[in-house]
Design a protein around this ligand. Structure first.
Ligand SMILES: NC(=O)c1ccc[n+]([C@@H]2O[C@H](COP(=O)([O-])OP(=O)(O)OC[C@H]3O[C@@H](n4cnc5c(N)ncnc54)[C@H](O)[C@@H]3O)[C@@H](O)[C@H]2O)c1
Length: 265
């Protein structure tokens, strides 16, 4: 197969949750650049709308902003029915949205971590992925084609090294670790469940992105990677396009790790 054609996403409809975030913005741009019409789904509609206008101009595609709370079934049902009315199909789902943990919440001692907050994090990071996979997966099974990408973190594979975080507020919570870890087997379960249907599902696991953190933290973090630095914001887009497109047509139930080597030693 022609290599350019393999990763071409022209006329593909990609449903991207958390589209307004740091990485969502990068994915939306890369997917549009590959020719996809991207559904920009996020609780932050204003940012999606701004991006929609920019992407339309830059890439001659048809992005579509959707105000959606992935932890709310009604919000998903309403959003998907709008998308189906406009596009009649969904080729790719990227489960990228994540609960917005604040620095204050990240500093809470585990022994005092409130159950209410634990449940809120699960509602977005796990139940939100469940609801999107259920709703959009059903559409893909009917289409007999689709690719789903669950976005996880290396902190779903290994423990966050508390020694480099201290009281910086940059650490993630135990709830984050547990929710991100759960996605690996959710992916495998659904890959098996949807075997022979044309629907593929994989996890994309990421390392930390440099984003104006304290230079001391960046140095300590970088030493723990094999590449010797944190990721740049755009360094996951190649893997995303690969998993979204036919370039990965023989891949399902798998986990692709892009973490600068952090989990490899
Ligand atoms: N940034 C990193 O260093 C890093 C590292 C490893 C993994 N990841 C993973 O990458 C993904 C994106 O991370 P990011 O850094 O871009 O996060 P971000 O916080 O910048 O963006 C997340 C987006 O999700 C949206 N969101 C939150 N709750 C929502 C809900 N209920 N419904 C719909 N949208 C909702 C937010 O509005 C935001 O736009 C996450 O799944 C995260 O776990 C990120």
């Amino acid at each position: 197969m022609n290599i350019k054609k393999m990763s071409d996403l022209s006329e593909k409809v990609v449903f991207l949750t958390g589209a307004a975030g740091i990485l969502g913005t990068q994915y939306a741009t890369a997917l549009s650049n590959a020719g996809a019409d991207v559904i920009l789904a996020d609780i932050n509609y204003t940012r999606c709308k701004k991006m929609e206008i920019k992407l339309k101009k830059e890439f001659d595609v048809t992005p579509f902003s959707l105000k959606m709370d992935i932890s709310n079934k009604k919000s998903i049902d309403n959003g998907i029915s709008k998308v189906m009315k406009k596009f009649s199909k969904i080729d790719v789902l990227v489960n990228n949205a994540v609960f917005p943990e604040t620095q204050k919440e990240r500093k809470i001692e585990f022994e005092k971590f409130p159950l209410e907050l634990w449940n809120k994090i699960f509602a977005v990071n796990v139940t939100g992925v469940f609801l999107c996979n259920q709703k959009i997966g059903s559409i893909m099974v009917k289409q007999q084609k689709g690719s789903i990408i669950n976005i996880s973190s290396m902190y779903g594979i290994v423990a966050a090294d508390q020694r480099i975080y201290g009281n910086s507020g940059l650490n993630s919570t135990a709830a984050y670790a547990v929710t991100k870890s759960s996605l690996f087997n959710f992916t495998r379960y659904l890959a098996s469940y949807w075997r022979n249907t044309g629907v593929r599902i994989n996890t994309l696991t990421l390392g930390g992105v440099e984003n104006n953190q304290d230079p001391k933290f960046i140095r300590k973090y970088s030493e723990k990677t094999m590449i010797g630095r944190m990721a740049k914001k755009n360094e996951f887009t190649g893997a995303l396009i690969f998993l979204a497109s036919d370039a990965s047509s023989y891949m399902t139930g798998s986990n692709m790790v892009v973490d600068g080597g952090w989990t490899a030693w």
